[in-house]
Design a protein around this ligand. Structure first.
Ligand code: SF4
Length: 469
């Protein structure tokens, strides 16, 4: 896999050129944000729930080893096999070995971002296991050979015409179908036989309860329940940060999750898995894959509180207008921009800059992660680690120097304003000015605030020569 830094800006440009997709994406996500707001206003205790969720998560993360061991002990009592995976490779090997031990050649699975992190599908394909995604959006992305572009709605960047084209190729349906119900039915007809004959099923886990040794999966399509219960073998792949100490804590998160994600009061299916079904076998693979390292990062450990609701993505103006695939990573949007560099600082060095730092992500986050603060902190870290491109670094360095010299700064401002007024358009709008590709430069102002202040408000002392820098 290439280690070259993701060029988010260039990938976003492609997305911006496609007006129908851009409009749909922007409006669809903003609609989800508005529905989330409506749900929030229906719960007067919303802010208290956020506080409580944040407190529970921080408490759990502070005692993670203790709670993980408690979960393991209780899960084993429930008849669940518990495995530990240090990284993606170990996770894949564990899953591959479990399947091999059962001579399982086909696996149906519901959406799991952890398996995307581990790049599990290609690994299992090499071991002769066919993997079929059962979540509609995830299946569309699998057939189109793309990563999910959103953690909750993986194919949200696609129009019905795109889905019809993909299904026509793989399911031989009419490429002109534009009715989403017909497309969903086509997926249902294609998936059911695969589900009924699968050797094994896989799910993720939204929450893991230490005191009961159980876990909870929240979905809207019921596909996780089919994946877990139709085959006798159920494997659940879960990140170690998904733990909550007590069953009583769950209510806080269940009330926040779907409201924040889709603006609905609860997911259609909230299933508690307590152990294997009669005659079946259940395995839980607890995956670290860099989470322990992140837990040790003073500035970034609270990103582990994330419950993957996607609200920060829906509200982010950059994400809505650049599309999830432009981030070139498993996790996109504001949450992706703060956790992707923990996987690979060099490759994802551009992502913390794909933000206006407007703080909207932090405001909507149900577990109160200070996302925009972490984006800012990442920028500082990346500059210190010389991960910012040379030219940009030098320009920032010069701009910093200029802004540190008020006299020079004002002189430069006047020169710039004069240039904006007098230079021909081609001299201002060219490849040297990517900012101006989609925007007009601001009109020069006649009088700066500083000039106005000096003229109207400043005391003689403030305008004395020694104070005029
Ligand atoms: S960071 Fe917060 S808002 Fe974003 S996906 Fe995670 S929990 Fe949701």
């Amino acid at each position: 896999m290439s280690n070259r830094p993701v060029n988010h800006a260039r990938a976003a440009e492609h997305f911006l050129e496609d007006a129908p997709h851009l409009k749909f994406h922007d409006e669809r996500l903003w609609d989800m944000r508005q529905k989330r707001d409506a749900q929030m206003h229906m719960l007067p205790e919303w802010q208290e729930l956020r506080e409580e969720a944040s407190r529970i998560k921080e408490h759990t993360l502070a005692r993670l080893p203790e709670y993980l061991e408690q979960f393991e002990e209780n899960a084993k009592k429930n008849g669940i096999h518990v495995h530990w995976a240090r990284d993606g490779a170990e996770h894949n090997r564990i899953v591959g070995d479990i399947l091999k031990a059962h001579d399982a050649r086909s696996l149906i699975k519901s959406k799991s971002m952890v398996t995307e992190e581990c790049d599990m599908r290609p690994y299992l394909a090499k071991r002769g296991v066919s993997v079929t995604e059962t979540d509609l959006g995830e299946r569309i992305q699998q057939l189109d050979d793309q990563l999910p572009s959103h953690i909750v709605v993986p194919a949200v960047h696609k129009l019905t015409s795109d889905v019809a084209r993909i299904f026509a190729k793989d399911y031989h349906t009419d490429p002109n179908i534009r009715d989403p119900h017909l497309l969903a039915e086509a997926q249902r007809q294609a998936a059911r036989p695969v589900i009924l004959h699968a050797d094994a099923g896989m799910t993720g886990g939204n929450f893991v309860v230490a005191e009961t040794g159980t876990f909870v999966v929240c979905t809207n399509e019921g596909n996780a329940d089919l994946s877990a219960t139709v085959p006798n073998l159920h494997i659940a792949t879960i990140g170690i940060e998904r733990l909550v100490p007590r069953m009583a804590d769950l209510g806080v998160f269940i009330r926040l999750l779907s409201r924040s994600a889709l603006g609905s009061p609860i997911t259609q299916y909230t299933t508690h898995f307590r152990g294997p079904q009669d005659g079946g076998e259940m395995h839980v693979v607890l995956v670290d894959n860099g989470r322990s390292t992140r837990l040790g990062m003073d500035d970034f450990w609270t990103s582990l509180k994330c419950i993957r609701c996607g609200a920060c993505m829906n509200t982010c103006p950059v994400y809505r207008r650049s599309g999830g695939l432009s981030y070139g990573a498993v996790y996109s949007g504001p949450i992706g921009a703060i956790i992707d560099p923990t996987f690979n600082e060099h490759k994802y060095s551009t992502l913390p800059f794909a933000s206006t730092l407007n703080g909207s992500c932090t405001n909507v986050c149900p577990v109160k992660i200070d996302i925009h603060e972490q984006l800012y902190k990442w920028r500082r870290v990346l500059v210190q680690h010389r991960e910012m491109p040379f030219i940009k670094r030098e320009i920032m360095h010069m701009a910093g120097k200029l802004m540190g010299q008020p006299k020079m700064y004002r002189a430069a401002l006047r020169t710039t304003e004069a240039s904006l007024e007098s230079l021909p358009r081609f001299a201002l709008y060219n490849w040297l000015n990517p900012w101006g590709k989609h925007r007009e430069l601001p009109h020069p102002i006649k009088e700066t605030f500083h000039d106005w202040y000096r003229k109207n408000r400043a005391t003689p002392a403030a305008t004395a020569p020694e104070n005029k820098k």
